[in-house]
Ligand binder design. Sequence first.
Ligand SMILES: [Zn+2]
Ligand SMILES: [Zn+2]
Length: 101
Amino acid sequence: MTCKSVYSEDGRLVMFVCGKGVKDHPCETVGCSNEHKKLCDFPLGGKKTGQTCDKKMCNKHANRFNVDDLPEEIRVRVQKHDTFDLCDAHLRHVTRLLSKK
Ligand SMILES: [Zn+2]
Ligand SMILES: [Zn+2]
């Protein structure tokens, strides 16, 4: 049986999802077992500055985001500007930051 780990918004491991049909490198969205095509590009801060979230996402669960629309504090940490995809948790995080403005 294959298992995949699921992480919370702040990077803590919250649970494992196990079962048939979970591929070796599936999308990490809960309940999805599509093969991942993209990694979350959210630039992490604090000790992990310089790294990205890298959550695995299939095409359906990747959220394409325009780097220019990011809040300033996040945009300054983004290293690649061509394609920028967010996982659901980070899309919510960014949306929340934007709505505070
Ligand atoms: Zn998916
Ligand atoms: Zn992410």
